[in-house]
Write a new protein. Structure first.
Length: 187
C-alpha cells in the first residue's frame, strides 16, 4: 500500500469518526465537544488543501511525514509548516475557514468559551467575528436568523456545518487521489 493510500484511508476514517461523534454529541447536547470536532475536521481539510498546492515530490514527503507522525517542515528549511499558513491558504478557497477555525481553537484549548453553560461564547467574541460566524451559518445552513443569536441558537446547526466541511474534505481528497494540483497563486 502506498503512503498516499494510507494517508487517504487515515483522513477518511477520521472524518467518518467525526461524523459519528457529531451525531452522538448532538443527541447529548455536548456543544463544546461538537465545536471541537468541527475544528478537527477543518484541520484535516486545510492540510489536504495545502497538499494540493505542493509539487508531487513535496507532497510525497509531507504525506510520508504525516503517516510517520512527524511534523511537516518547510521545503527549504527545517521550519515547521504552521497552522496559520495552512488556514490562510484554505481561506482563499473557503471564505469561512478562518472564522470556524479560530472559534474551534477556543474549544480545543481551555478558554473562557468553555463556560458556555453560563456565559454565551458568541457574546465574548469581537462583533465582527461573531457576525462572520452567524453570517456563514445563515448563508450555508439557513440560520440562526436573529442578529442577536446566542451560542445555544447556533448549536443545532453544528451537525450541518460538519457535513459541509466533510463534503468539501472528500472533494479535496478525491483531487489528491487523482494527483491534481492547485496553483497556490490561484487558490
Amino acid at each position: 500500500m502506498t503512503n498516499l493510500a494510507i494517508f487517504l484511508r487515515q483522513v477518511r476514517s477520521r472524518s467518518r469518526e467525526h461524523q459519528r461523534a457529531m451525531q452522538l454529541m448532538a443527541g447529548a447536547r455536548l456543544a463544546g465537544q461538537m465545536v471541537s470536532v468541527l475544528r478537527q475536521e477543518l484541520d484535516s481539510m486545510v492540510r489536504v488543501i495545502y497538499l494540493l498546492t505542493q509539487t508531487a515530490e513535496r507532497r510525497e514527503a509531507l504525506v510520508d511525514a504525516s503517516i510517520r507522525g512527524a511534523k511537516w517542515a518547510q521545503a527549504a528549511s527545517r521550519a515547521k509548516v504552521t497552522d496559520r499558513e495552512m488556514v490562510d491558504l484554505a481561506q482563499t478557497l473557503q471564505g469561512w475557514t478562518q472564522s470556524v477555525y479560530k472559534f474551534g481553537c477556543a474549544f480545543i484549548h481551555l478558554s473562557g468559551l468553555h463556560d458556555y453553560n453560563d456565559r454565551d461564547p458568541l457574546s465574548q467574541l469581537p462583533a465582527e467575528e461573531r457576525e462572520d460566524i452567524l453570517a456563514h451559518c445563515r448563508y450555508y445552513h439557513g440560520g440562526p436568523n436573529s442578529s442577536a443569536a446566542a451560542f445555544e441558537d447556533l448549536v443545532p446547526y453544528l451537525p450541518r456545518v460538519l457535513e459541509k466541511i466533510a463534503g468539501n474534505l472528500e472533494c479535496y481528497l478525491e483531487a489528491l487521489e487523482n494527483g491534481e494540483l492547485l496553483n497556490a497563486n490561484e487558490v
